[in-house]
Design a protein around this ligand. Structure first.
Ligand code: GLC
Length: 438
């Protein structure tokens, strides 16, 4: 068997292993439930060879949608698993009258990938009646989900939505959150007692620190106090960020909804209004010429982040940068390649806060490479797109289907550069989709 065919077969068996009753877990033990954006990427992978599984995956996510439109970041389909903290009891979403109680869920969301996932399924199966029916069914639910973001997470009606928890960003312990998290007064926070499970399963050196976990629990409690959608969140939270990735993904998914709407003659006026304002503000407020990227904006401290970080690159995927901006973003990647890095590390490799092993503070992440690959292709940056894809496939070939990977070439060649959990679902689905859609 040629190596790519073999990799493809192994990827499929990872998904098969993680498949439960109508949904896929990111990885057993470490993440034993359904995660929002993980499932989006898994659905895209499945759509290449098992459209029923692709549809079920999204359907299972939608089963946890709240009345306010939110699609939560975790859906706890099973209430017997006990290897994860925080579980449904700790979230206690009964504080919000419109929260889903069956299935139980968390109380925050994640990058809104579902719009572009739906479009991806349709592009792969443009004439399949099952897919068409599903797209028609899911479309209004995803519009309602975007409405949640614009209604509850855009206090000043700027067109840029905020997050109040690092878990919402999908990049839990990125250094970009440090400043905001430092505002939290943990000494007087009176946190409930809790026990972490992740460090029993994964190497603690590759996971967030104890202090960071306390901060995560603090913000969870803050959200709970405000029924997870109350106005008080924007008034009270120390952590209040207009994140580059969340907004870029929202814009990419708005675009997808507009395209789907045009095909089926759905009303997309509201989405088009959101979209115009969001793109304009994203460019006005988040672009940083010196760093050659887009950065997040801290609403509490009223300042833009001073760091280069992976989230900014997803603007390419959302078609936001003009030619000049895109070129600068590409030059940054070329620089990394010349300096013997595999691309794309999740944080500025020259910054003192760069940590090549620890989660979102340096390693390469599969689903990020998937989005950046498509972003670079859109701008016809073929060489860089190929590098993003080939580097990722090389890492999986060498180390297996890990959660994240080493970016420094000399360490990749001399040590074990596969980090976090193994047999990871979005690693598998990204492999499948990148191999089958060159
Ligand atoms: C971690 C990641 C997040 C992901 C989750 C499940 O929390 O930071 O992005 O969704 O794991 O894989």
């Amino acid at each position: 068997m040629n190596p790519q065919t073999e990799l493809l077969e192994r990827a499929k068996s990872v998904l098969q292993k993680n498949l439960r009753n109508g949904f896929t877990i990111p990885r057993d033990k470490l993440y034993p439930f359904q995660w929002n954006w993980d499932s989006g990427f898994v659905s895209i992978g499945f759509a290449n060879y098992d459209i029923d599984a692709a549809i079920n995956e999204i359907n299972s996510l939608l089963s946890g949608q709240w009345e306010n439109g939110m699609i939560p970041h975790i859906i706890f389909h099973s209430e017997t698993e006990n290897t994860y903290f925080p579980n449904w009891d700790f979230w206690d979403t009964t504080v919000n009258a419109g929260a889903s109680q069956k299935p139980k869920t968390s109380g925050i969301s994640q990058p809104p990938v579902l719009g572009f996932v739906l479009e991806n399924l349709l592009q792969k199966h443009p004439d399949n009646p099952k897919v068409i029916d599903f797209v028609k069914y899911a479309f209004p639910k995803i519009v309602q989900y975007h409405n949640f973001w614009y209604q509850y997470r855009d206090a000043k009606k700027e067109g840029l939505v905020f997050i109040y928890h690092p878990w919402e960003s999908g990049r839990d312990n990125s250094p970009i959150w440090d400043d905001a998290l430092n505002l939290i007064d943990l000494k007087n926070a009176d946190l409930p007692k809790y026990t972490r499970q992740d460090t029993k399963i994964s190497d603690a050196k590759e996971r967030p620190t104890t202090r960071q976990y306390d901060e995560y629990v603090y913000l969870l409690e803050l959200g709970k106090r405000h029924q997870y959608d109350g106005k008080g969140i924007a008034e009270e939270s120390e952590f209040l960020i207009q994140d580059s990735l969340i907004n870029a993904v929202l814009i990419r998914s708005n675009e997808a909804l507009i395209n789907i709407g045009n095909r089926f003659g759905f009303d997309t006026k509201k989405v088009e209004e959101w979209q115009q304002q969001s793109i304009r503000m994203f460019n006005e407020k988040l672009w940083n010429e010196d760093l050659a990227t887009y950065t997040g904006y801290d609403l509490r401290q009223e300042k833009a982040f001073p760091y280069w970080e992976i989230g900014g690159l997803t603007a390419l995927f959302a078609n936001i940068p003009n030619a000049h901006q895109a070129k600068k973003m590409k030059a940054y990647l070329n620089n990394l390649i010349q300096n013997n890095f595999l691309i794309v590390p999740s944080f500025d490799v020259n910054h003192p806060l760069y940590d090549s092993k620890r989660y979102w503070r340096g390693p390469i992440w599969p689903q990020m490479n998937w989005m950046i690959y498509h972003g670079l292709k859109q701008y016809q940056f073929e060489n860089e797109a190929t590098a993003v894809k080939d580097n990722f496939l090389e890492l999986v070939q060498k180390f297996g289907f890990h959660e994240y990977f080493e970016a420094q070439r000399h360490l990749v060649e001399t040590t074990n550069g596969g980090y976090g959990g193994d047999n990871f679902s979005w690693t598998a689905s990204s492999v499948i989709d990148l191999i089958l859609n060159p």
